[in-house]
Design a protein around this ligand. Structure first.
Ligand SMILES: *[C@@H]1O[C@H](CO)[C@@H](O)[C@H](O)[C@H]1NC(C)=O
Ligand SMILES: *[C@@H]1O[C@H](CO)[C@@H](O)[C@H](O)[C@H]1NC(C)=O
Ligand SMILES: *[C@@H]1O[C@H](CO)[C@@H](O)[C@H](O)[C@H]1NC(C)=O
Ligand SMILES: *[C@@H]1O[C@H](CO)[C@@H](O)[C@H](O)[C@H]1NC(C)=O
Length: 373
């Protein structure tokens, strides 16, 4: 109404048309600016008094999920898993420079290395790096690998390197032993997350972060479980094949069309809250997946937007799907095995990976393969 009357008054004379339009626009602009300013002052000065937390802090987004899993000893453990709320800085500078978020509980930016080998890759310039997630107390598993496939520094003329990643040891004495072990072998990495079966996704993402930040020069990397046997010659032959890509490449034992386990008694249980879809995208079995070393950085980046869940290999699969990268089928898929019924030397000489039942069996497999030469 007010604007229309201003317009009427000033727009009587045709020759003043242009000035009139400018004036009307100016009045409109000033009015709108005033309205905006008033509403800003209202919101900033009154709202915080009524809802002091909602303006500068996110609402409490801590969800807790109870889950029952079967431990190795068939005991049942009940775990309480917290999805950490995004940490949003409360300072005004953070608001000005856009909100700074620590992503989610599995994002590696939340964790720090307590034991590190930051110069290992620049010293050794490896072609292939094996990253072995392992529990702090599993010294026997580490030693079995150290005395077998992990003791090799070169395969078919290409430098290889094996490193172990553990989380928090949960005890001063255990921590001291780890530090001693690290001084002795110089192959240990430790990050400050709680080490548990449920937290394997965090461990994998920390591995990806280490590769991206400490070892970008490597051509390939492999995430290998501590109970996996590797036939290094066969693996290297695959990687050196002219048909094997050096970018956007990941292979191993492919898992197609896998249903999400909703039985809460299973070790692999994932709640609907953590992962709503009924199936996983195609992923590579966690026992051993090998990938071109451009992927770690891309996976860490993609994971920012991907809600974590406790199945590490399937989670990597969801990140790859987001990146539009399909896991490759091995030219001979039978080379990536699960367990072998009776591990004949003949079969071991053909595989790339197979799962061992104990650290001792890794040593047996290694000796069988060595005896062939
Ligand atoms: C947020 O939720 C958690 C779990 O429900 C609760 O323990 C905590 O006290 C809540 N914090 C606030 C600030 O409401
Ligand atoms: C690793 O191999 C070297 C020989 O190449 C050997 O001297 C050493 O004892 C081996 N280490 C372990 C832990 O078996
Ligand atoms: C997983 O790790 C996070 C970070 O250290 C910790 O807060 C959480 O309790 C751990 N969860 C389990 C089930 O171990
Ligand atoms: C597991 O699932 C069953 C039925 O689906 C339910 O009755 C039970 O409360 C669940 N247990 C836990 C610990 O969530």
């Amino acid at each position: 109404m007010a604007i229309r009357s201003i317009r009427k008054r000033c727009c009587l004379a045709q020759d003043r048309d242009l000035i009139c339009h400018v004036k009307t626009g100016l009045v409109l602009l000033v009015t709108l600016s005033l309205l905006f300013l008033v509403s800003c002052i209202y919101v900033l000065s009154f709202n915080p008094v009524r809802h002091p937390r909602t303006w500068f802090k996110p609402v409490n987004q801590t969800h807790s999920y109870n889950m029952v899993t079967e431990g190795l000893s068939a005991k049942k453990y009940v775990w309480n898993f917290f999805i950490a709320p995004p940490i949003i800085q409360t300072t005004t500078t953070a608001l000005k420079n856009h909100i700074s978020v620590n992503h989610h509980v599995a994002h590696p930016s939340n964790y720090h290395f307590l034991i590190d080998e930051p110069n290992k890759c620049s010293q050794l310039d490896p072609f292939l790096v094996f990253m072995v997630p392992v529990a702090p107390h599993q010294l026997e598993a580490r030693d079995a690998i150290r005395s077998t496939w992990g003791n090799e520094s070169s395969v078919q003329g290409k430098a290889v390197l094996t490193l172990f990643l553990v989380g928090l040891s949960g005890g001063a004495e255990a921590q001291q032993q780890l530090e001693e072990e690290s001084r002795q072998h110089r192959d240990l990495l430790q990050s400050d997350f709680v080490d548990s079966y449920f937290n394997l996704t965090i461990k994998t993402m920390v591995i990806m972060d280490w590769l991206a930040t400490r070892c970008p020069q490597a051509t390939y990397a492999m995430k290998v479980d501590s109970d996996t046997f590797i036939n290094l010659e066969n693996l290297m032959s695959l990687l050196l094949s002219p048909n094997t890509p050096r970018e956007n490449y990941i292979t191993g034992y492919l898992m197609w069309d896998q249903n999400v386990i909703r039985n809460n008694k299973s070790k692999y249980y994932v709640s609907v809250e953590l992962y709503p879809e009924p199936k996983y995208p195609t992923y590579v079995l966690g026992a051993g997946y090998v990938f071109s070393n451009d992927l770690p950085q891309k996976i860490v980046e993609a994971s920012k937007d991907m809600k974590p869940f406790n199945i590490e290999d399937a989670y990597v699969g969801t990140c790859l799907k987001r990146l539009g990268i399909k896991p490759s089928r091995s030219p001979d898929p039978s080379k990536f095995r699960m367990y072998m019924k009776d591990s004949k030397t003949h079969d071991l000489s053909k595989v790339i990976t197979t799962i061992a039942r104990s650290p001792k069996q890794i040593i047996e497999f290694w000796q069988s393969v060595k005896s062939l030469k």
